[in-house]
Design a protein around this ligand. Structure first.
Ligand code: PLP
Length: 448
C-alpha cells in the first residue's frame, strides 16, 4: 500500500462508496452495533487505514486497542498464512494441539509473578471474563463477586453483569447474573466520595472493607474482585499509587481471588506487558484478549496453576485457541519483544501526553488528560471549575477528527481515547495531537 502524506481534510466523508456501505449495513446488519462515524474500510497497513472511497486516515484507535503491531504486520501476516496452509482447525479442547500448548506455555511465563500458571484460550475478551467468573466460583466455592463502577468486561451475560460503565449495556437485559456488587473505582478526577488523593487515604478502597464487608456482603462469601488495572471503556481511568496493591492485600485477608481484566490494557498497551505491573501486583487470574494476536480472535484466561483445579468438561470452546490465531499471537509477541514496542509505547505515549497537557492549558473543554503508555484518555468538561461532563463533545470531537483524517474513539460518558498501534512514530504522534487540537477548536468554537 502506497503511504501518502496524511491527513488531508476529507470534505467528502462519507464518500459515495461509504454511503452505499452504510445503507447496505442498515439493511442487513444488527442495529445494536455502536458505530462512531461512517468509516467503511477497504484496507489498512501499519498505522494507516484506507476507506472504500480511497481516503486515508492515521489510525489512533487500532480497532479498539487491538492492532498493536500495526495493521497487517508482515510477520503476523506470514505466520497466519503459513499456519493456514498447515492446519486451520483441530479443536484444542478435544485433542492436543501443540500450537495451543505452546501459546499457553508462553503466556504462563509472561504473566506477572513467578508462580506456575495454567491457561484457557477463548475467542474474545468476554469469553476470557466468563471463564474467570466460572473458575472463581468453582475454585472458591463462593458465589459473590465484586466489580467496579465504570467497569467494562464485555457483553455476554456474565461479562455484562460485571459491567457498569453505562446503563446502555444492561438496559432491557435483566435479570443479570446474580451475586455481583459494584463498588466505586479509584477515579480521582471525579472521586465518587468527593475527596482528593492523597488526603483521601484511599477512602474508596477502605470503604470496601469498612462499609461493604460490614453492612452488605460477608467477605467470606466473595469469590473474586474483578478489576481493570486501568479502566478502558469506562473512560481510560488510571488508579492512584497504592490502590491496586491495597486491593491485593484486601483479597489476601479474606481469601478472595483478584481477577485483573487486561483485555484492553494488556499486551504492552501501557508500556509494560501488563498494566498491573506498574504497581507490582500479581493477580490470581489474568484476562487477556484484543491485542493478543494483532486482530485475530483469541483470548486467554491465565490463572495460578493451583487455582485452575476444575475437572475435564467443566469448561472449553470449539474454536478457542485455534492454531491460526495461536500462530498470530506468537508472531505478535515476537514483534512486541523484538521490535521494542514497550519502549516505544512509553516514549510516544509521553510525547502525546505532553502535547495534550499543553493543549489542555489553552482549551476550555479539556478537564483531564491521563494515561499510561499508549492508553491515553482526554476527559471533556463544560467548564473546568464545575467539571460538568461535556457529554456530546467527545462524540463531536472524534467526528471532527475523522473528517480531518484521524481515527479516534470516545470512551466513558465524556472522554476521547488515544489507543494507537504501538508502532506509532514521533511525527505521527505529533500529527495526531495537531489534528486533535484542530478538531477540538472547531467543537469549542461551535459551542461558544
Ligand atoms: C477490559 C475489557 N474486558 C472485556 C472486553 C470484552 O472483549 P470482547 O469485546 O472481545 O468480548 C473489553 C472490550 O472492550 C474490555 O475492554
Amino acid at each position: 500500500m502506497n503511504i501518502a502524506p496524511i491527513p488531508q481534510l476529507i470534505t467528502s466523508v462519507p464518500g459515495p462508496q461509504a454511503q452505499a456501505t452504510v445503507r447496505r449495513s442498515e439493511e442487513a446488519v444488527t442495529p445494536s452495533l455502536p458505530r462512531a462515524y461512517p468509516l467503511a474500510v477497504k484496507r489498512a497497513r501499519g498505522v494507516e487505514v484506507e476507506d472504500v472511497d480511497g481516503n486515508r486516515y492515521l489510525d489512533c484507535a487500532a480497532g479498539i486497542a487491538v492492532c498493536s503491531t500495526g495493521h497487517c504486520h508482515p510477520r503476523v501476516v506470514r505466520a497466519i498464512q503459513e499456519q493456514a496452509s498447515r492446519l486451520i482447525h483441530i479443536c484444542g479442547a478435544d485433542f492436543y494441539d501443540p500450537m495451543y500448548i505452546e501459546l499457553a506455555e508462553r503466556l504462563g511465563k509472561l504473566a506477572p509473578g513467578n508462580t506456575p500458571k495454567k491457561v484457557f484460550l477463548g475467542n474474545s475478551g468476554a469469553e476470557a471474563v466468563e471463564a474467570a467468573l466460572k473458575l472463581a466460583r468453582y475454585h472458591t466455592g463462593r458465589s459473590h463477586i465484586l466489580a467496579f463502577l465504570g467497569a467494562f468486561h464485555g457483553r455476554t451475560m456474565g461479562a455484562v453483569s460485571l459491567t457498569a460503565s453505562s446503563v446502555k449495556y444492561q438496559r432491557g437485559f435483566r435479570p443479570l447474573v446474580p451475586g455481583i456488587t459494584h463498588v466505586p473505582y479509584a477515579y480521582c478526577y471525579r472521586c465518587y466520595y468527593h475527596l482528593t488523593y492523597p488526603r483521601c487515604e484511599l477512602a474508596c478502597l477502605r470503604a470496601i472493607e469498612e462499609v461493604w464487608f460490614v453492612r452488605a456482603i460477608a467477605p467470606e462469601e466473595v469469590a473474586a474482585i474483578f478489576v481493570e488495572p486501568v479502566q478502558g471503556e469506562g473512560g481510560y481511568v488510571v488508579p492512584p499509587p497504592g490502590w491496586l496493591s491495597g486491593l491485593r492485600a484486601l483479597c489476601d485477608r479474606y481469601g478472595i481471588l483478584l481477577v485483573a481484566d487486561e483485555v484492553q490494557s494488556g499486551m504492552g498497551r501501557t508500556g509494560k506487558m501488563w498494566a498491573i505491573e506498574h504497581w507490582g501486583v500479581e493477580p490470581d487470574i489474568l484476562c487477556v484478549g484484543k491485542a493478543l494476536a494483532s486482530g485475530m480472535p483469541v483470548s486467554a484466561m491465565i490463572a495460578r496453576a493451583e487455582i485452575m483445579n476444575w475437572p475435564a468438561g467443566a469448561h472449553g470452546s470449539t474454536f478457542g485457541g485455534n492454531p491460526v490465531c495461536c500462530a498470530a499471537a506468537q508472531a505478535t509477541l515476537d514483534v512486541i519483544e523484538e521490535e521494542g514496542l514497550l519502549d516505544n509505547a512509553n516514549r510516544i505515549g509521553q510525547r502525546i501526553m505532553t502535547g495534550l497537557r499543553d493543549l489542555a492549558q489553552e482549551s476550555r473543554l479539556i478537564g483531564d488528560v491521563r494515561g499510561l503508555g499508549l492508553m491515553i484518555g482526554v476527559e471533556l468538561v463544560q467548564d473546568k471549575e464545575s467539571k460538568r461532563p461535556a457529554t456530546q463533545a467527545a462524540d463531536l470531537v472524534v467526528k471532527e477528527c475523522f473528517k480531518r483524517g484521524l481515527l479516534l474513539l470516545p470512551c466513558g460518558p465524556n472522554s476521547v481515547r488515544f489507543s494507537p498501534p504501538l508502532i506509532l512514530t514521533e511525527s505521527q504522534a505529533d500529527l495526531a495531537v495537531e489534528i486533535f487540537a484542530d478538531a477540538l477548536a472547531e467543537v469549542e468554537s461551535a459551542a461558544l
